[in-house]
Design a protein around this ligand. Structure first.
Ligand SMILES: Cc1ncc(C[n+]2csc(CCOP(=O)(O)OP(=O)(O)O)c2C)c(N)n1
Length: 316
């Protein structure tokens, strides 16, 4: 099996699904905020390809890619976005509250940083019960600035938890730049290692760089060495919704986003690795069809019945 080709297919599925969801959003079929993952696919797939099925993943408001990379079901995800009964959270969570225990995707929460202590809890459970598993939590550079994250660093280091925090640094918190939010002396590595947590930085636009570094950190976390993997990446769309505004961007201009686009680079790498153009196109066509079929399925699916209005509102 060509593992790079398999990873490319996952990244292409996330990109294609997101692009089609943009179209649905513009047709006003999605009635909630949606934070598109386009541009960051190499992070989710690189990290999740280094995990086992039993390992747990948690995410944030921008988690479609995390869910799909962990093996989540596209139909369930789109149903969730459309508020349909067979959504991953039975249509009651929407884009920002996805959860699917069948693939150990333990939940995504949009209040910045709020998911980090939940991940600390699942990592504690894994350690307490001597499980050989790890927990990965995805958060943004904005969430990294929330106080609860530092409390989690402290506990993770103290209890030697099997926890990896993947910080997806896409340079912005909404439209606020790093330099407007942090002093010149702010030092992510210094903060993290000061707590006794390992820190590694990766090129989040490069699948192989993310995968290689994630593998090492995950192996360490299984031995009780918690870690932060900071992935430098670009979000291609607006903070929320599919608006293509450019005026606030400096480094991540349209030209640079295209130049560094992980999907484009992966396609080239797969070709160089010996997979033919025809094989790639055929896989891409299959994925486009899967996405379209999933959207049609979700559009035709039912909404939750009125009687279920007050059920499933709390996680057990
Ligand atoms: C505690 C809190 N403050 C503010 C918000 C509003 N908010 C939602 S997403 C977001 C930006 C998040 O930036 P980052 O964590 O870097 O993730 P990104 O959106 O860049 O992926 C903000 C400020 C929130 N959800 N929670």
């Amino acid at each position: 099996m060509n593992t790079l080709f398999e990873a490319y297919k996952k990244m292409f599925l996330i990109r294609t699904a997101e692009e089609e969801l943009v179209a649905l959003y513009l047709k006003e079929k999605i009635m909630s905020f949606v934070h598109f993952y386009i541009g960051q696919e190499a992070v989710a797939v690189g990290v999740c390809d280094a995990l086992k099925k039993e390992d747990k993943v948690l995410g944030n408001h921008r988690s479609h890619g995390h869910y799909l990379a962990k093996g989540g079901d596209l139909k369930k995800m789109i149903c969730e976005l459309l508020g349909k009964e067979n959504g991953s959270s039975r249509g009651k969570g929407g884009s920002m509250h996805m959860m699917d225990r069948s693939v150990n995707f333990m939940g995504s929460t949009p209040i910045l940083g709020s998911v980090v202590p939940l991940a600390c809890g699942t990592a504690f459970e894994q350690k307490y019960n001597n499980k050989p598993d790890v927990t990965v939590v995805f958060l943004g550079d904005g969430a990294f600035e929330e106080g609860i994250v530092y409390e989690t660093f402290n506990l993770a280091a103290l209890f030697k938890l099997p926890l990896i925090l993947v910080v997806e640094n896409n340079l912005f918190s909404t439209n606020s730049k790093l330099k407007d939010r942090r002093s010149d002396a702010h030092h992510v590595q210094g903060i993290v290692t000061g707590f006794g947590i390992q820190y590694v930085k990766a090129d989040g636009n490069d699948y192989e760089d993310v995968l290689g570094k994630a593998k090492k950190l995950i192996a360490g976390a299984r031995m009780g060495h918690p870690a932060v993997l900071e992935c430098m990446t670009y979000r291609h769309m607006a903070h929320s919704g599919p608006i293509f505004e450019e005026e606030y961007r400096e480094e991540d201009t349209a030209e640079n986003r295209l130049k560094k686009d992980s999907i484009k680079k992966m396609r080239q790498a797969v070709l160089h690795g010996g997979v033919s153009e025809q094989e790639i196109v055929s896989a891409e066509d299959g994925i486009k069809k899967t996405v379209q079929d999933s959207i049609d399925f979700a559009l035709n699916a039912s909404y939750p019945p009125k009687e279920s209005l007050y059920t499933d509102l709390y996680a057990p």
